[in-house]
Design a protein around this ligand. Structure first.
Ligand SMILES: *Cc1c(COP(=O)(O)O)cnc(C)c1O
Length: 377
């Protein structure tokens, strides 16, 4: 495996860093091909907003483009401008749409806004452009997009002709949720009014729902980065990100003593503790504070670490820059200073680490802080 350092994350010096993130770009490409194949006849795009879900847009986007992706979805015009520098020919959709201050950035960088309201349509028309723009129809999420009724009026007036219409699922992670069928039905109906536009509905989980959701363009995000997208289904994607913390010291604490702030966990035995150089400032959520914390007792298990495949429970509260793991049960030569302790990636699935914090893989990936030494393989 070759590795290169990040173009964007050089705040952390590799050698001195106490936090390390390894991103498998080959896995991102493989995952995209999997979603492309699952998309059937539809063209498969990619959501690369939020710095490609924390994995690094500068590295991930060119790899996706090389795999054959030509449609990219980002959150705002600034992300779009950064992506344009990397991919001169791609079609780049701006999900937050067009507002006055964003217009120059959109035009200068040849970006395609996804217009989300009647106001945004007016702003785009005032900008006087026949350039491509997409139209978002809200079919049941109550977030962005015009209503189906508004869409029918727009179509009738023929005053604005989107090149693509799109909508977004609210409950795609639960395939049996009745809202999915309603959204598909509403979107299919709206589509008949825009015969010249391409249509796009499915995110990662939507793609798994099957042909009815695929339309012309699909928009996978989390699946590309190895995250779970459908509840209670074994994740078929390749893992992409591995986060590790350097073990700074070991300490032996006695039975009856407590660990970390608040003294919330009382040790039941003499314990070898690995003190690791990652904390909530690195996006390791404080909510994953170890299961010894009284508040956690009604919650799923707290965070876990792993050294060479051996798991070790997190002890006590997560602190800003440090984590404590119980490595008593590991072989003596593991969990010692200088080694790296995995927080998620190989032994511990991203989504298991997220569940331990009461959240989802999306949030874990997008909160990774700037202290990680990033390595791309
Ligand atoms: C983020 C996003 C996607 C990608 O969703 P995933 O669940 O990550 O696959 C698709 N469409 C829209 C509108 C989004 O905001």
């Amino acid at each position: 495996m070759t590795s290169m350092t990040s173009k964007t994350g050089d705040l952390a010096d590799d050698a001195a860093a106490t936090a390390r993130l390894t991103i498998d770009l080959g896995a991102i490409a493989d995952n995209w091909r999997t979603m492309r194949d699952l998309s059937g006849e539809a063209t498969c795009g990619a959501a690369v907003k939020g710095n490609a879900y924390g994995t690094g847009m500068a590295e991930a986007a060119p790899v996706l483009a090389k795999a054959g992706c030509q449609h990219f979805f980002v959150a705002d015009a600034n992300e779009g401008a950064a992506l344009r520098k990397l991919l001169p020919d791609a079609e780049i959709f701006i999900l937050s749409g067009a507002f006055d201050a964003a217009i120059p950035v959109i035009l200068d960088n040849n970006l395609t806004p996804v217009l989300n309201s009647l106001d945004q349509i007016a702003v785009w028309r005032k900008a006087g452009n026949d350039r491509p723009a997409a139209l978002h129809i809200d079919t049941g999420m109550n977030r962005l997009g015009i209503t189906p009724a508004e869409a029918f009026e727009i179509a009738e007036a023929r005053a604005f002709r989107p090149t693509l219409i799109m909508s977004h699922f609210a409950c795609a992670d639960s395939p049996d949720h009745p809202l999915n069928a309603k959204q598909i039905e509403r979107f299919t109906e709206v589509r008949t009014h825009f015969p010249e536009a391409r249509a796009s509905l499915a995110n990662s989980a939507g793609i798994h729902m099957g042909e009815d959701t695929h339309f012309d363009v699909t928009r996978p995000g989390i699946a590309l980065y190895g995250g779970e997208c459908v509840n209670d289904v074994k994740n078929p994607m390749r893992a992409v990100a591995k986060a590790e913390a350097r073990i700074l010291t070991n300490r032996i604490a006695k039975a009856g003593e407590t660990v970390s702030y608040g003294g919330t966990v009382t040790l039941k035995r003499d314990t070898r503790i690995a003190i690791c150089g990652v904390g909530y400032a690195d996006g390791f959520h404080r909510a994953s504070s170890g299961s010894g914390v009284p508040l956690r007792q009604a919650l799923p298990q707290g965070g876990m670490g792993a050294v060479e495949g051996h798991t070790a429970p997190l002890l006590g509260r997560v602190t800003m820059d440090l984590l404590m793991f119980d490595v008593t049960d590991l072989p003596e030569i593991l969990g010692v200073p200088g080694q790296w302790l995995e927080l998620f990636g190989e032994t511990i699935a991203l989504d298991d680490a997220a569940r331990a914090a009461g959240t989802i893989g999306y949030e874990l990936l997008t909160s990774l802080g700037s202290r990680y030494a990033r390595r791309y393989a």
